[in-house]
Every structure is written in structure tokens, then in C-alpha cells.
Design a protein around this ligand. Structure first.
Ligand code: BGC
Length: 351
């Protein structure tokens, strides 16, 4: 089932719609066509109690002014590009700068701040909503007109499935990602420090003090970044590892194993009190794990609640950061006769 209603009106009077997708077991996801944002996700705990598992705002105003990318599709390029510069087919491009001296999540008005076109695809027990955005040539400095469709499906197995399909009319780069902040406890009064996380990866891409990839990989063995077996996020978050100091906590890209274009299970999160479990499956080579280190005290969310550092965590599937300047990383180049695809699934269950 899908319900559609008006969510709010943008300053330029365009209307924003909210779509509520409900599956067979009564779980729901709400999505707005501004930023293709997931505004709530109701999943049961071990007693069957449905609670919201994503950080959110009360109204459209919160999303328009948001600096944290709550629930959004970040793009064209999710993550950072050093100095916003890169070369493509012999041309030098300068993107907008919106994070210190660097480009982050598509720039000043990236995909997360655009009004997308919504189309209800399926209203049965596995409801599905397609959102399409046309990003013109030179927007935020990127070459080529890109058309991106993101399809959200709430499956009968309680998966939030996200399928991306993108094309361009001229060679460009494309690396979108989904940016929900999850808190599986169901209450953002709790932090995510007791969430037990595992990531199927031996290496992160090393970063400098501006969180720009150095191009080197950093073995997680004997470091707080080792999530090869499940570990509470808070257990080693304050250790003085050089990479942890750069991110003020976890804000790194894990190089995922078995990257061959197929969807595989890459990460797990378990919240012991509620019994909720989330598996992340993706066909992408990298996973940014961000422990919400910069949320602290200033972000007022739903019901006027002020989020704190570590109120939520992001697990963002993508190509590793600054890949346009790192030939050793998988390519994010998209040519006019090609189609970009990504599938990422967040699968919720009880353990
Ligand atoms: C980045 C963080 C950034 C956050 C909000 C995350 O994807 O890794 O460094 O602060 O997004 O912009």
C-alpha cells in the first residue's frame, strides 16, 4: 500500500509530497520527493513494537536547512573530492566547494536539496516508489546532463531496497549514496554506542586531517577500525589511533571484500535491548561508516529533540572517496552510452 499526501511547500511555492509505503506485515517507510529523503522507517522490536529507526525533522523546513543529509540521496558524488577538482578526458573541472576547501556530497545544492519527480510503481505487499531527478550540465560544476532514478521498495522480508539507475548525455562522474542516520533502539534519546557492528573488510582508505583519502589503504588489524567480528561502536571510539583522531570518531570508508558487481552482505548492526538487527547488502566496492560525530547539540529534530553526537550512524554504500583523483580506486566515470546501476539493501530483522 502507498499513501501520498502533501508534506510542505518550498520557498518557491513548489509542493513536496510524502509517500508512505506499507508492506504486508505493517512496517512502513515514509519518503519525500525533496532530496529523495527517507523521513521515517517503522520496524518492530522483539516484542513487535513498531518504532522509528531513522533521525528526522518535524517539517520540510528542517530538511531545507539541513546540513547533515538526514535520510537523503547524496550526489552526484557522495563523499569528498579534494579541492573539488578532477580531470576527465583531458578537461579540468572545478566543482563547488562546500566543506572547508573540498567538495562534499554533490556541493552547495546537491541531489539532497532537489525536488525529484515521484512515480508510484507498485502498491501491493511490496510497495515501490521511483524518484527521478534531471541534473543539468554544469550543475555544481559537473559536466553532462544526468538523469537518475532511485527506486525505493519495502519488501515482504522487511528490506528497504534502493535501486539506482543513471544516464548522462556527456562523460561525467556519478557516485550517489543513501544517507540515513540509523538508531535501531527506536529512541534518539539513546546513542548508537551500544550498537554492535561488523563490516566485512580488512582495510579502510586512509584519510588526512580534512578527511580526504591519501590513496593508501590502512589495515584494520589491532586498530579500533577492526569490525571483522561484531563489536560495540563505543568500545574503542575514543582510542588515540591516528585515523580515529582525523575523523573525531568513525568517519571512514571500508574497502569491502568480494567486489564483483553482485550484491553481497557487507555489514551487520545489532541493538541488544530491542533485539533489532540490520544487515547491509550492496554491489558497491566501499562503505562509509560515519558515527554521527558532528551532530552534537545544534541539530533540532523531530518534536524539538536536540540530537547529540552519536545519536545515529550512517552506513553509506559507494565508491571510495576522491576516486576521480585516485586511479587506483574503482572508476566512477559514466559515459553517454552507459548506464549506472547500484543496488543497496537494508534488511531488518530480530535476533
Ligand atoms: C561524512 C561526514 C559528514 C557527514 C555529513 C558523512 O557522509 O562522512 O564527514 O560530516 O556525511 O555531511
Amino acid at each position: 500500500m502507498i499513501e501520498k499526501k502533501i508534506f510542505g511547500t518550498l520557498p518557491d511555492n513548489r509542493e513536496v509530497y510524502q509517500y508512505t509505503l506499507t508492506n504486508k506485515s505493517g512496517c512502513t517507510v515514509t519518503i519525500i520527493n525533496f532530496g529523495a529523503i527517507v523521513t521515517s522507517l517503522l520496524m518492530p522490536d522483539r516484542n513487535g513494537v513498531l518504532e522509528n529507526l531513522v533521525l528526522n525533522y518535524d517539517s520540510l523546513h528542517g530538511y531545507v536547512n539541513d546540513q547533515c543529509y538526514f535520510g537523503a540521496i547524496a550526489g552526484r558524488y557522495g563523499n569528498r573530492i579534494a579541492k573539488g577538482r578532477f580531470q576527465l578526458e583531458g578537461n579540468q573541472y572545478q566543482l563547488s566547494i562546500n566543506d572547508g576547501t573540498n567538495h562534499l556530497h554533490g556541493g552547495k545544492t546537491g541531489f539532497s536539496k532537489k525536488l525529484w519527480e515521484g512515480k508510484i510503481l507498485n502498491t501491493d505487499s511490496e510497495p515501490s516508489l521511483a524518484l527521478t531527478l534531471i541534473s543539468p550540465d554544469q550543475e555544481e560544476g559537473y559536466p553532462g546532463t544526468v538523469t537518475l532514478t532511485v527506486t525505493y521498495t519495502l519488501t515482504e522480508k522487511n528490506e528497504l531496497r534502493i535501486d539506482y539507475k543513471g544516464t548522462t548525455d556527456r562523460t561525467t562522474i556519478l557516485n550517489p549514496t543513501h544517507h540515513s542516520y540509523f538508531n535501531l533502539s527506536g529512541s534518539c534519546a539513546n546513542t548508537i554506542l551500544d550498537h554492535e557492528l561488523s563490516i566485512d573488510s580488512d582495510f579502510i582508505t586512509m584519510v588526512d586531517h580534512e578527511l580526504i583519502s591519501t590513496g593508501e589503504s590502512y589495515h584494520v588489524h589491532h586498530t579500533p577500525l577492526d569490525f571483522r567480528t561484531p563489536k560495540a561502536v563505543g568500545r574503542q571510539i575514543n582510542e588515540r589511533d591516528p585515523q580515529m583522531l582525523m575523523g573525531k570518531g568513525y568517519d571512514h570508508n571500508w574497502i569491502l571484500k568480494n567486489f564483483d558487481g553482485h550484491v553481497r552482505n557487507v555489514a551487520q548492526v545489532y541493538e541488544p535491548r530491542s533485539g533489532r538487527h540490520m544487515a547491509v547488502l550492496t554491489d558497491q566496492p566501499g562503505l562509509q561508516f560515519y558515527s554521527g560525530n558532528f551532530l552534537g547539540g545544534t541539530v533540532r529534530g523531530k518534536d524539538g529533540f536536540t540530537y547529540q553526537n552519536r545519536s545515529g550512524l550512517c552506513l553509506e554504500a559507494q565508491c571510495p572517496p576522491d576516486s576521480p583523483n585516485k586511479p587506483e580506486f574503482p572508476s566512477v566515470v559514466l559515459k553517454e552510452n552507459e548506464t549506472y546501476h547500484q543496488t543497496t539493501i537494508y534488511h531488518f530483522s530480530i535476533k
